[in-house]
Design a protein around this ligand. Sequence first.
Ligand code: DX5
Ligand code: ZN
Length: 220
Amino acid sequence: MNKIIAPSILAADFSNLQRDIEMVNNSKADWFHIDVMDGVFVPNISFGMPVISAIKKHATKTMDVHLMIVDPDRFISDFKKVGADILTVHYEACTHLHRTVQAIKATGMKAGVSLNPHTPIAVLEDIIGNLDLVLIMSVNPGFGGQSFIENTYKKVEQLKHLIEFTKSKALIEVDGGVTDQNIEKLSETGVDAFVAGSFIFKSENPTKTIENLKYLVSPE
Ligand code: DX5
Ligand code: ZN
């Protein structure tokens, strides 16, 4: 299976955003991972609609938007308008998650749900059949450049079982602290899509780093 590499734009150089977007366009990456933080759900603020519109103007690949915001229902149609293809909300931020997921799908976007490191996979039992993607946080959301939490492997394994048991079509994505040291084991455990920020953008040659990550999980 073709595994997905999703560079996280949070780690890009915002004063050279177009350059970094073109780099991703011309690389072996598959998606743009775009982190929206509101300073309430997470202790940090990233960017919003104007910046996502600007990214969309140049991006030629899937826009994978990860919302770390409270009450995301307020903005679903706005994220569709600025070009999101996949919209992922946090389980911990949604009181009526089933309704939120339906609302995302009604716009034509794919719907994802993300779990914080402390949230067990079991909470997805009654929603997994409706999801296109599950995003397992392998760090506490809010910042790039943190170290990977080892308990993630166990969660990926449990999620893989749940997906197989329910015949769900959801993809498994992991976000936070992904490097060339853990990506192969994650892939073997069942991860389909890998978000990487610092490891790509802080490297000497981001294009080569993406190519190497891709090769480690999809050698053909
Ligand atoms: C963290 C974000 C991540 C972040 C990952 O809250 O959701 O997407 O950019 O950054 P790294 O790869 O540096 O851990
Ligand atoms: Zn993210």
